[in-house]
Ligand binder design. Structure first.
Ligand SMILES: [Cu+2]
Length: 327
């Protein structure tokens, strides 16, 4: 039995170690997540100590010589260990953790990012103070060391926004804006997910999170603000750009600088510079992109993009080439 539980413990440990480090509340890159991890460790150690104490008491009781245990002694112990100690422990935990519940303070000069949850993707709008907003989708970039306010809402049903390594969860509710204030502490590429069942492809609703050094972030945002590049005339990508409009893709998607201005699907202005496809669920490869364009609902059940199985393969390839060129 002992060997059995030891091997289960080892296996659990190995499994934890193999966990995705890009999407883990244990691999923290934000201040709030660090506080949460700290509290979790304190409670884990406390829980183990209490369980060990109870086990020790049990052993002592079993081994106690006959007549040594009395009813009044037992009741006294219940009073202390079942009443006084829990009140003290829980009260001090509460007092200790209260400061952690206070959100980080924000200033008017801080960057705000509005994120709207949709079935099954994320509309992202960067709102730097004093400048026009910048639209994006399915990827959130934040500057390390700077406070960022996330304004979270939903367009259709309730979603929940969670970047485990950065901060706690926050619901996204239609008609309401919930604020989450974050501050990244180190650069890197991480992942966020939707944690409220929102429809068929709920489990396929994720996004990339990139924490960047402030200077690199500013340069990236300036580039993101530029309209999409125009492919050279006569190229495959140029044919793809034409097909994009002719096939009706522009009826849902926006590509800044072109006649595609619709806002009911992910903004594709700089689609080629994103690192994943379909809200963090597909690799950004030509193969995956063509498959998505031809039949999005088969890749993501319930996705609100029609299937284009009637497109000639060369046309789907041309559109993919165009979208990939949108760096
Ligand atoms: Cu969702």
């Amino acid at each position: 039995m002992r060997r059995f539980s030891a091997s289960i413990g080892l296996a659990a440990f190995a499994a934890l170690g193999a966990c995705n480090r890009h999407q883990s509340a244990l691999t923290v890159f934000g201040e709030e997540a660090a506080t949460v991890r700290h509290l979790t460790i304190i409670m884990l150690v406390g829980a183990v100590a209490i369980a060990a104490g109870v086990a020790g008491l049990m052993i002592a009781a079993v081994r106690a010589p006959e007549g040594k245990l009395t009813l009044s002694g037992g009741m006294r112990m219940v009073g202390w260990l079942g009443g006084v100690v829990p009140v003290v422990v829980l009260l001090s935990l509460l007092l200790y953790s209260l400061p952690a519940m206070r959100p980080l303070p924000v200033a008017d000069s801080d960057l705000r990012i509005a994120v709207e949850g949709e079935q099954f993707w994320w509309a992202v709008r960067y709102q730097p103070p004093g400048a026009a907003p910048v639209m994006s989708a399915n990827e959130i970039r934040i500057p390390v060391g700077r406070t960022v306010q996330l304004d979270l809402t939903a367009g259709d049903v309730i979603h929940s926004f969670w970047i485990p390594g950065l901060a706690g969860k926050m619901d996204m509710i239609p008609g309401r804006t919930n604020r989450l204030v974050v501050r990244a502490t180190k650069p890197g590429k991480f992942r966020g997910v939707c944690t409220e069942f929102c429809g068929l492809s709920h489990a396929l609703m994720a996004f990339d999170v990139v924490a960047m050094e402030p200077v690199a972030f500013d340069a990236w945002l300036a580039a993101e603000r530029r309209p999409a590049i125009v492919p050279p005339a006569g190229s495959v990508a140029a044919a793809g750009a034409q097909a994009f409009v002719a096939d009706g893709c522009a009826g849902c998607h926006a590509i800044a600088g072109t006649e595609a201005v619709a806002r009911i699907a992910p903004d594709l202005t700089h689609f080629g510079s994103r690192t994943s496809l379909g809200a963090g669920t597909q690799p950004m490869t030509r193969e995956a992109l063509v498959a998505f364009i031809l039949n999005a609902p088969s890749v993501k059940p319930g996705a609100r993009m029609p299937a284009y199985t009637h497109l000639p393969p060369a046309e789907a390839q041309a559109i993919a080439a165009y979208l990939e060129s949108l760096k």
